[in-house]
Design a binder for this molecule. Sequence first.
Ligand code: CU
Length: 135
Amino acid sequence: MVSKTIYLTASLLAIFGVIAIGASAENSVFAQGDKVQASIVPGASTLTDTAVDPNPIQVKVGQTVVWTNDDTAFHTVTSGKFGAADAGQLFDSGLAGPTALTGQGKTFEHTFDAAGEIDYHCTLHPAMVGKIIVT
Ligand SMILES: [Cu+2]
């Protein structure tokens, strides 16, 4: 009788344990699904650190930034400083292909997996600069 009670208690604890692990895994999936919106503003070609709104972009680790080109000109969202050796290494919407921000309404997204401050720019208009702060 006593061993049966112990067995039942252990089983219930195991079941609750599985439920708790499942719930926390689900929560982290939701956190990773979080998207933060940023806009390449109209007339961005002639702007510097106000070309993207907001600037800086603040996100938590695991969140995704979605840049939308709200301008009529072609822009890029390219990590690093213009001309730097590591430019475009972390992310780059590019000059061709499906992620290229060729015109109005096009979007590019990147998920930030580590904390830090990341500079980015537009390769077509190097004066366009911004920063992402990941915490
Ligand atoms: Cu540009």
